[in-house]
Design a protein around this ligand. Structure first.
Ligand code: ATP
Length: 235
């Protein structure tokens, strides 16, 4: 579904991603793990067209997308849940969700999808008229995920969904991510510092260090890998 082929991404003169290659097959949950500053968010920004790679290629369902503007990439079926959620605090929960469907014109279906988000996250239904900024961190993460789903993505990119959340809330969020993958046939590409939760949910994982992929394996092999346990799992 998604292939990054030898991408190199820069911020000005600073070279962040070095010949980064990875693949995400349809239906998978792929986790990209790595320490603070490894380049995980930059990888997502490159896929979304916000920080396009200076060289290399990105294919979505066989089509090159590395030259496309972010709105075109969303329209093709890729949505991102950004690090720190970035919900619109002054807008209501319902308005935040409607903005997720900004590029769509199928009004009836949008309404159905809105109701579907409320079924996935009943707390959002209870709070639908409240400003997004009044929600707790976990609820804002639910809102950010739902807003991304309102674009009807085939591929959902998640940037550190566990950030700043209590373990119990993280568990709930990851259960929903699994549900979105299994029941809605949405492929998931997840970046996380919390390697433990990210690998437990994933089919395969990639390890990023200083902008380079240093290891790639089935998630269960990474979880049992002594070096990974020591460096990323605190074991
Ligand atoms: P974190 O887990 O802290 O979010 P990350 O793995 O997602 O880290 P990135 O946010 O991709 O890492 O950052 C990779 C490197 O790029 C870091 O050294 C960071 O300081 C640098 N960087 C990120 N954004 C910019 C920017 N807008 N301008 C310059 N350098 C940046």
């Amino acid at each position: 579904m998604l292939e990054l082929r030898n991408i190199n991404t820069f911020y000005g003169k600073i070279h962040i991603l070095h010949d980064l290659s990875l693949r995400v097959e349809q239906g998978e949950i792929i986790s990209l793990i790595g320490a603070n500053g490894a380049g995980k968010s930059t990888t997502l920004m490159s896929i979304c067209g916000i920080v396009p790679p200076r060289s290399g290629q990105i294919f979505f369902k066989g089509q090159p997308i590395e030259q496309l503007a972010p709105n075109k990439i969303v329209a093709l079926g890729i949505s991102q849940v950004p690090e720190g959620r970035h919900i619109f605090p002054a807008l209501s929960v319902a308005e935040n969700l409607e903005l997720g469907a900004f590029l769509r014109h199928d009004k009836g279906q949008i309404q159905q999808d809105l109701e579907h988000c409320y079924t996935l996250f009943p707390i959002l239904a209870e709070r639908r008229r409240q400003p997004g900024g009044n929600l707790s961190g976990g609820e804002q993460q639910m809102l950010a995920i739902s807003r991304a789903l309102m674009a009807r993505p085939q591929l959902l990119l998640l940037d550190e969904p566990s950030m700043g959340l209590a373990p119990l809330i993280t568990k709930q969020i990851f259960e929903i991510i699994r549900k979105i993958n299994q029941e809605e046939n949405t492929t998931i590409f997840l970046v996380e510092q919390n390697a433990n939760v990210a690998l437990k949910i994933a089919t395969r994982g990639y390890v990023l260090e200083n902008g380079r992929i240093i290891l790639h394996d089935k998630a269960e092999n990474l979880l049992n890998n002594k070096d990974i346990q020591k460096a990323y799992l605190g074991i």
